[in-house]
Design a protein around this ligand. Structure first.
Ligand SMILES: [Zn+2]
Length: 360
């Protein structure tokens, strides 16, 4: 074990990062790389180096510790801390909602009888126009009926109730944020939602309960068009609301929390780079994702999460590895909101149970 690693372990604040600490030879390589990077960057005018260097120092001070405690301290010290949360399938898996992007979910086996050209064809508009039945068969599996929001969903609602949530951006189409009581003005459903739908022919609007009737919902206005839930299919542009609010929100954020997303689907994934370069970013996920690639690192571009404190852009990103509910509850506990969060979920689940009963 080299000196750097020992030192870092002693102060105890970098435990999660220790596997990323550079060895001495790597540090040497790194400073050579850094020289080359500066040379290239100046020649190519890729980055504004003076501003960069100034920021390095302030960035080191953004978080006192690069772990959950550092984030908690930061939230407590910043009154009116404006937080953006970003979420993917990982916040809904404990609710029992299958991740339809994952081939291992077993979801696609239900579609065997339809002889699809390829599984994802059900989310392609051309295919849907010709044959909407496979989509609606799968939709029955994905619809939020009977599914209850998770601790992670209620954590987001709690942030909102405490006046700390600037906006929640979700990749999920399961509407569980709405079921959890997050108000629609705080919510951006980047990949659309099952909450509403439109006739593909005359654009007449429909609601989820209406769409649930029968197998393939046919428009009652024009009697011709199929009603498609407002979820975004492959090749469709993202909702206007996403474009407009993303432009406005991210530069204002004081803290970004990313939960349960593999950060691979664009343009959602690149939202993480739109916050100010002094804005801390917390990743709550089973594994490290969205990390800076070698080329951006070499060129000194601000792209991707940097959990390595030795990097020029390190010092503000924290990874907490594990499942989202555990991470959110732990964060709430550390903020002294733990009991409040548990009580909120219990109360809301009771309410949903009563509603379910009165529906049937
Ligand atoms: Zn119609």
């Amino acid at each position: 074990m080299d000196k750097e690693t020992k030192k870092d372990q002693k102060d105890g604040s970098l435990n999660e990062e220790k596997q990323n600490v550079l060895s001495e030879s790597e540090v040497e390589n790194y400073s050579e790389m850094e020289k080359l990077r500066r040379y290239l960057a100046q020649k190519l005018r890729l980055v504004d180096l003076p501003a960069n260097d100034q920021n390095n120092e302030s960035q080191q001070l953004v978080l006192s510790k690069l772990n959950l405690d550092g984030i908690v301290e930061y939230i407590k010290e910043n009154t009116n801390c404006k937080i953006i949360t970003m979420a993917g399938a990982g916040i809904s898996t404990s609710a029992g909602i299958p991740d339809f992007r994952s081939p291992s979910s077993g979801l696609y086996h239900k579609l065997d009888k339809y002889n699809l050209p390829h599984p994802q064809a059900i989310f392609e508009l051309d295919f849907f126009m010709k044959n909407p039945e496979p989509f609606f068969t799968l939709a029955k599996e994905l619809l939020p009926e009977g599914f209850k929001p998770t601790i992670s969903h209620y954590f987001i609602r709690l942030l909102s109730e405490k006046g700390l949530l600037l906006r929640h951006y979700t990749q999920n189409i399961d509407t569980l944020e709405r079921v959890a009581g997050l108000s629609s003005d705080k919510l951006v459903e980047a990949h659309g939602t099952f909450h509403t739908g439109h006739c593909l022919k005359c654009r007449a609007p429909y609601t989820l309960p209406w769409m649930k009737e029968g197998i393939i919902p046919k428009c009652e206005e024009c009697n011709e068009g199929v009603v498609k839930p407002d979820i975004i299919f492959f090749g469709e542009t993202l909702p206007e609301r996403f474009q407009i609010l993303a432009d406005r929100d991210f530069t204002q954020a004081d803290l970004l929390i990313i939960m349960g997303s593999s950060l691979v689907v664009q343009p959602f994934a690149s939202l993480i780079d739109r916050v100010r370069n002094t804005c801390p970013r917390l990743l709550i996920n089973n594994e490290k994702v969205g990390t800076q690639d070698r080329l951006s690192r070499f060129l000194g571009l601000r792209q991707g999460l940097v959990f390595d404190v030795k990097s020029a852009h390190g010092g503000r990103d924290v990874a907490w590895l594990g499942d989202c509910d555990t991470g959110c509850q732990l964060l709430a506990d550390k903020l002294n909101w733990g009991d409040e969060l548990r009580a909120l979920m219990q109360r809301e689940h009771e309410r949903l149970k009563v509603e379910d009963k009165s529906d049937n």
